[in-house]
Write a protein that binds this ligand. Structure first.
Ligand code: RIB
Ligand code: CA
Length: 312
């Protein structure tokens, strides 16, 4: 039976590729719904972008919900400098026609976890953890019902991308991240340590374009646009496909490896706010709470990604 998931997202070009990968894999994944959160760009754009991507995938029947428009306690920090003003800069995109669901995303998450058999729904956060934490705080009973949280966020050896210490998703809402990492939920973390090893390249982007499909062309344009930030900043060969690593992990966990360790979230540090303090060497004596992924088989990842995206 296909794994049942909820994708929580802040599109963002890399979120878009992750959503396409999930929707291209119906034999493995049943997407129960997509919940938009403020992150890369404000919520009105992330909910709209989520619907644009579902329509691009030919899945206008997908249920998309709008969630939290600001972090639990802080002002929203966005990333237009990476993703552009719309959040999906690169190609010209039409407004979506499919509807936004009227229910709040947090209530959808709670209701879905309460009505599904316990342990059968996986949450896949691809942005700040505000929606997930709000659901956990509003309905603590759902935590024990979650099969797994598999999220993109954090960094350790790779250090930060929005500050010297913090990765964007965690930095935007560190209090929300502390709720999720401290909840006891089964947790798999895909940090920059692994996503910076899933880099596009001219040849890989050409492979999307060579598909001859509208989806392939869109993915090529998005990754072309998205890579300029990382190439400039890191001198890397291409764009790190952060969020698609979450979906790829669900499809082929054998492509990834990491350690089950303690990871705490810095919520007070003047210079380290939002840092994922990952006890990779087990020196703290603190209880392990997360499978922290450090490596991916890059060729296997791109073979999976291109093979699935070509289906759409
Ligand atoms: O730091 C990378 C993460 O921040 C990705 O999820 C990207 O989409 C942005 O949300
Ligand atoms: Ca994201």
């Amino acid at each position: 039976m296909a794994r049942q998931i909820i994708i929580d997202t802040d599109p963002g070009q890399d979120d878009a590729v992750a959503i396409l990968l999930a929707l291209a894999s119906p034999e493995d994944l049943t997407v129960l719904g997509l919940t938009a959160v403020a992150g890369n760009v404000p919520l009105p754009l992330t909910q709209k972008n989520t619907r644009i991507v579902c329509e691009l995938a030919g899945k206008p029947q997908m249920r998309v919900f709008a969630g939290c428009d600001a972090p639990l306690q802080r002002k929203l920090v966005t990333a237009e400098h990476v993703h552009g003003k719309t959040g999906l800069d690169g190609p010209k995109l039409d407004d979506p026609v499919m509807p936004l669901q009227p229910q709040h995303a947090v209530d959808f998450i709670i209701d879905t976890l309460r009505s599904a058999p316990s342990g059968t729904v996986t949450l896949c956060p691809l942005g700040p953890l505000t929606n997930i934490a709000t659901a956990f705080l509003k309905a603590p009973d759902i935590i024990a019902r979650v099969q797994q949280v598999v999220l993109m966020g954090g960094a350790y050896f790779e250090v930060g991308n929005i500050t010297p210490a913090a990765e964007f998703n965690i930095f935007v809402d560190p209090e929300a991240a502390a709720v999720v990492f401290g909840s006891g939920v089964p947790l798999v973390v895909l940090p920059l340590d692994v996503t910076h090893k899933a880099l596009t390249s001219a040849a890989r982007i050409a492979a999307f374009r060579a598909m001859g499909t509208r989806v392939g062309a869109m993915v090529a344009e998005w990754t072309d646009f998205f890579e300029r930030f990382d190439v400039q900043k890191y001198g890397s060969q291409g764009a790190p496909l952060h969020d698609p690593c979450v979906i790829a992990y669900l499809l082929r966990p054998d492509l990834f490896s990491g350690r089950f360790i303690n990871v705490e979230i810095e919520t007070k540090g003047e210079f380290t706010l939002g840092m994922t303090v990952a006890d990779w060497w087990g020196v703290s004596g603190r209880k392990p709470n997360a499978l922290f992924i450090g490596h991916v088989d890059e060729a296997g990842f791109f073979d999976l990604l291109t093979g699935r995206i070509a289906r759409l």
